[in-house]
Design a protein around this ligand. Structure first.
Ligand code: ATP
Ligand code: PAF
Ligand code: BAL
Length: 295
């Protein structure tokens, strides 16, 4: 069911849709945001929207009076040899998804709008957690992510902001940033949406050939095996490594941690995380684990 939305009179309508406005500049965003009474949620994306993003939008729609979606492929978080140029850009389809999900306002700035002075001199430092896992393979990645997340929080001024657990380290660091820097917003994590066969939805899945799509199942398969083993008191990380098919994909990391990405607990809630290359595509995934004591 489409949730009712309140019309914002001060912003241009997307293709005449009465409920969803599309804006590209802060000058347009500011009055449209100011015209939103009640609570506001933001869902930040890089576009190429899929069912995972739809779940974030649904959760936001349920928990706030108004929803703002942002669509911006942030150059600051891409390394020099990464896929910034290749990243899918499907704005028309994305705005249609947002309209269908009952989003009030889509903010889709270009690079100059977000970074009018070029590369920002001042950036958010994610600390040592930003150097591990994703940060080890993608130097500067979390500086870029947290900087743009903070900027988008400043311009949208939401009460709630929704992030997917698929990017678990990102979610963890956004929570830390908000706490450490006293940003007045509540961060809401949304469980990972998967294909029926277990593959975590990701915009980068579009890069996969059919053979690579099949090979990519080794990520979720290994996590499942590891989680089951840990729940039975066995070494979840070791079992997951053994289950990972290194002919199908090239492993980057596969680690068991505590829920805050610290050392793994002997017992209780934990997280198992994986990153791997499938052909030229780098994919990540993770699951919640309940470690049973081995004694
Ligand atoms: N399968 C998913 N389930 C839940 N949330 C998701 C899923 N995929 C992405 N998200 C969330 O959507 C938000 C926007 O992510 P983004 O636009 O980068 O999509 P993505 O699929 O993660 O792309 P990429 O393939 O580049 O990693 C993030 O908070 C991300 O965690
Ligand atoms: C949070 C985010 C939109 C910042 O560019 C991006 O990292 C993403 O899509 O997960
Ligand atoms: N999905 C997180 C953003 C990125 O991988 O660049």
């Amino acid at each position: 069911m489409k949730h009712p939305t309140k019309t914002l009179r001060s912003a241009p309508r997307f293709r005449g849709d009465p409920a969803t406005a599309l804006v590209h500049t802060r000058a347009e965003l500011t009055p449209a945001r100011a015209a939103m009474p009640g609570s506001v949620a933001v869902v930040m994306t890089m576009g190429a929207l899929h069912e995972g993003h739809r779940e974030l939008l649904r959760a936001a729609r349920e928990q706030a009076d108004h929803v703002i979606a942002t669509i911006f492929v942030n150059p600051l978080q891409f390394g020099p040899n990464e896929d910034f140029d290749r990243y899918p850009r499907t704005l028309d389809a994305d705005v249609a998804v947002c309209a269908e999900a009952g989003v009030d306002l889509v903010f889709a700035p270009d690079r100059d709008e977000m970074y009018p002075s070029g590369e920002p001199m001042v950036r958010v430092n994610p600390g040592e957690l930003g150097e591990r896992l994703e940060g080890a393979s993608r130097p500067g990645f979390f500086h870029g992510v947290l900087t743009v997340v903070l900027k988008l929080l400043q311009v949208t001024r939401p009460d709630l902001a929704f992030f997917g657990e698929k990017d678990y380290q990102q979610l963890t660091l956004v929570r830390r940033m908000v706490r450490d820097l006293d940003v007045p917003v509540r961060i809401v994590g949304v469980p990972t949406v998967r294909e029926p066969d277990g593959l975590a939805l990701s915009s980068r899945n579009r890069y996969l050939t059919p053979a690579e799509r099949a090979a990519a199942l080794t990520l979720s398969g290994a996590l499942r095996a590891g989680a089951e083993a840990a729940a039975q008191g066995r070494d979840g990380e070791a079992v997951a490594r053994a289950a990972f098919d290194s002919d199908a994909a090239k492993l980057d990391y596969l680690v068991l941690t505590d829920p805050d990405l610290g050392p793994p607990p002997a017992e209780g809630p934990a997280r198992l995380l994986v990153a791997a290359w499938v052909g030229s595509t780098r994919l990540i995934d993770n699951v919640a684990v309940e470690v049973a004591s081995s004694t």
